[in-house]
Ligand binder design. Structure first.
Ligand SMILES: Cc1cc2nc3c(=O)[nH]c(=O)nc-3n(C[C@H](O)[C@H](O)[C@H](O)COP(=O)(O)OP(=O)(O)OC[C@H]3O[C@@H](n4cnc5c(N)ncnc54)[C@H](O)[C@@H]3O)c2cc1C
Length: 412
């Protein structure tokens, strides 16, 4: 395979680079980044900065590159999207705020919404003016999403939603959400679900922030009390919500592929700065061997991602193999954060950006890392997907297979 830019790709890279150079500060050191919303205690500030940057990108024609132009994108190819990502990562930009909207809600609207709805909702999603969240998980339905209990009852041309969602990232600052609810309890659990979108300011929606180990509160419980939404906000068929949710989740695994937190370059920079046994840590054999391992994994992830992107450019839908990048990336991010803390010795336990190396990025990432191994599919669930759907191994036993939902025993 030849990964060198074609003349057209090289021209695109130059154009992207020139725009970024003119509009965004470059990273002065490899370890200089904005904290992600997951790590930060101040998500309001990150959201403000992210909105400003997104609007700038939109005005310059660099938002949602792969979306059609009429919906606020650039109509770029998957490879151009990768080139943009590579160039943008050299600059100091806020990230994470629009991933759910642009990476999941956008593609779902593109596939299932009416033309009028696409014209209404996609451009403000691309410009960052409106932010979207994903209301899927419930206390009894995370990995087993199809077991969810949020109730959708039909009333004329409307639906009434009742129940509780949990772990909804960004619900406290989001304008709209995509939601999956149970519309029929008499059929098997996967067949009784229906998918909608809604205004987060609808009457009866209550957002309750959850405090995280990082000190921030980026995700929430969202309570629905007789929330009335129109049937025109349904995406897909009644009872077809599972298929729509699966499309969303596959897009999630593509968009969450790069775990936040320090990367190999930042680990390398730290090892060059910190002293170990009277010399820079980078000279230590154990440190070098760890860095070499992550170098190999980083390269493996990069080319695995390129393989998915080549598939996308052939018009194929993202497949279950995308689970590999999320599984390996999240584990690697946690290992790198832990390595940073080890190298800093006693300072490793100080999570104060004013007092320790690298603005306490390693400490914050260490606290946030376990969440990345859960969000977007836990390690175990991703391993099951890889085993069953990529390697073709036998399915794990599913005791409730074929049972109607109301007959499945519950603790409630
Ligand atoms: C930072 C963060 C952000 C999130 N943001 C959102 C969001 O915006 N919207 C949203 O809807 N949800 C969100 N979630 C929720 C996330 O999707 C769920 O936490 C995740 O799907 C796991 O579900 P659970 O927490 O209910 O754990 P469970 O499913 O109860 O799992 C508990 C444990 O059992 C293991 N397990 C479960 N099933 C199996 C199995 N079949 N085989 C082997 N092991 C198994 C799991 O791996 C895990 O270790 C977020 C989570 C996090 C951490």
């Amino acid at each position: 395979m030849d990964f060198k830019d074609t003349p057209e790709e090289a021209a695109f890279r130059t154009e992207a680079h020139s725009w970024l150079d003119a509009n965004v500060p470059r990273r002065e050191q490899p370890n200089q980044t904005w904290a992600s919303t997951l790590e930060s205690k101040d998500s309001d500030n990150i959201v403000r900065l992210a909105k400003e940057y997104q609007q700038k990108k939109y005005d310059g024609g660099w938002a949602c590159l792969h979306w059609p132009k009429e919906y606020g994108g650039r109509g770029a190819s998957p490879i151009e999207r990768v080139i943009w990502g590579e160039e943008e990562s050299r600059y100091l930009v806020p990230s994470g705020v629009f991933d759910i909207g642009q990476g999941m809600a956008g593609p779902v609207l593109m596939q299932y919404a009416s033309e009028e709805q696409k014209q209404r909702y996609l451009p403000p999603m691309a410009s960052g003016e409106e932010i979207w969240c994903q209301l899927f998980s419930e206390t009894s339905a995370g990995s087993d999403l199809a077991g969810l209990r949020m109730k959708a009852s039909r009333e004329g041309d409307d639906w009434i939603l009742n129940g509780e969602k949990i772990w909804t990232s960004g619900a406290h600052y989001c304008d709209y959400g995509i939601i999956v609810a149970r519309s029929d309890v008499d059929v098997a659990k996967h067949r009784g679900l229906t998918f909608f979108f809604l205004d987060m300011k609808s009457a009866g929606v209550e957002v309750r922030p959850i405090r995280q180990i990082t000190g921030g509160s980026n995700f929430n419980t969202v309570v629905f009390n007789d929330v009335r939404i129109s049937d025109s906000q349904r995406l897909g068929e009644i009872g077809g919500g599972w298929g729509v949710a699966l499309t969303t989740l596959m897009n999630e695994r593509v968009s969450v592929g790069d775990a936040p937190g320090p990367n190999l370059d930042q680990a390398l920079a730290l090892a060059e700065t910190i002293e170990l046994d009277g010399q820079p840590a980078i000279r230590n054999q154990a440190v070098r061997s760890q860095l070499a391992k992550w170098h190999c994994e980083t390269a493996g992830l990069k080319y695995t991602k390129y393989r998915s992107i080549s598939a996308l450019s052939r018009g194929e839908t993202p497949g279950p193999e995308n689970s590999i990048t999320k599984l390996v990336g999240a584990t690697k991010a946690q290992e790198i954060a832990c390595f940073g803390l080890d190298l800093m010795d006693a300072a490793g336990i100080v999570a104060d950006e004013a007092l320790v190396e690298s603005d306490a990025r390693f400490q914050l990432a260490y606290l946030a890392a376990p969440a990345m191994r859960i969000a977007g599919g836990t390690d175990e669930v991703l391993r099951n997907i890889i085993a069953e759907r990529v390697l073709g191994l036998p399915q794990e036993p599913r005791a409730d297979k074929g049972m109607s939902f109301k007959d499945i025993p519950s603790g409630a």
